[in-house]
Design a protein around this ligand. Structure first.
Ligand code: SF4
Length: 265
């Protein structure tokens, strides 16, 4: 049995994308190999935190020693289950960074009749392919070069992995959501390239443009970086990027993060 590191485990409402407002049990896996400049969960990039913060149904936080076994994670998940629970959300950090651990939890959760929903940057198609059979939903990011998730020279490989993850997700029958974070400096050209590539795949996907949340000061994902407030796009830019995306893809939506506004995790 594989043990793994979890940063946080809690129940809340989904704050992003077309499932916004659905109740989920969030497992925030520790560690992420990327370094997006707008990252608002930089604390979860630590691959081996000493403790997992477990928030129980009364809202009390308990620090549980890492690493955890899949069995103990699922006991905590069961403790958080409520009648309105839609699914378990495997998020991060980056869940694919702990693919074997994720897979064991998801396999057992499926046997227990939970639906499984993964949120990933899709940085590794091999890791994604190793877990995909246990998932029902995937929310896959496409990082733009301007997000600075990786060094410039490594960007083509990241992008190729992301497209391969989308392919594996759709071909395995998952409901597939593709999300791009839009900042004040995102260019129409960047969005056009992504949408053209997705339209050539000719898959049924939901495509989400997510304006970056500019109200939050983010701590740097890269050591030595400076804290910044990412600049969100203006509404005219969102209209024009949405129209551009809609000229390539069928289901295009612009959805900001709502959990920040609700003041919840
Ligand atoms: S993929 Fe980017 S935004 Fe997500 S945890 Fe990693 S650095 Fe942060």
């Amino acid at each position: 049995m594989v043990k793994g590191y979890i940063s946080e485990l809690f129940s809340s409402f989904q704050g992003e994308g077309p499932y916004v407002g659905r109740r989920q049990i969030f497992i925030r896996f520790a560690g992420c190999p990327l370094s997006c400049f707008y990252c608002d969960t930089a604390y979860a990039r630590n691959p081996e935190p000493e403790y997992c913060s477990f928030v129980n149904r009364a809202g009390a936080v308990k620090e549980i020693e890492n690493p955890l076994s899949p069995c103990s994670v699922l006991e905590l998940v069961n403790e958080l289950h409520t009648h309105d629970t839609h699914s378990i959300c495997y998020t991060g950090g980056e869940p694919l960074f702990s693919a074997a651990f994720v897979n064991e939890i998801a396999e057992e959760a499926k046997r227990m009749d939970y639906m499984n929903f993964i949120e990933t940057s899709g940085y590794s198609a091999t890791a994604f392919e190793s877990v995909v059979r246990n998932f029902d939903f995937a929310s896959l990011d496409i990082k733009l070069r301007s997000h600075r998730a990786v060094r410039d020279a490594d960007y083509p490989r990241l992008y190729d992995n992301e497209l391969r993850c989308i392919r594996a997700s759709v071909e395995s029958g998952l409901e597939t959501i593709v999300k791009v974070v839009v900042t004040g400096s995102t260019s129409a050209r960047e969005i056009e390239v992504v949408c053209r590539d997705l339209s050539e795949m000719d898959y049924a996907i939901k495509f989400v443009l997510q304006p970056v949340t500019g109200t939050v000061t983010v701590t740097p994902a890269v050591e030595g970086g400076m804290s910044i407030k990412p600049e969100p796009p203006d509404i005219e830019t969102l209209f024009s990027l949405s129209e551009l995306a809609g000229s390539f893809l069928d289901e295009v939506m612009v959805i900001p993060q709502v959990h920040r506004y609700m003041g919840i995790l």
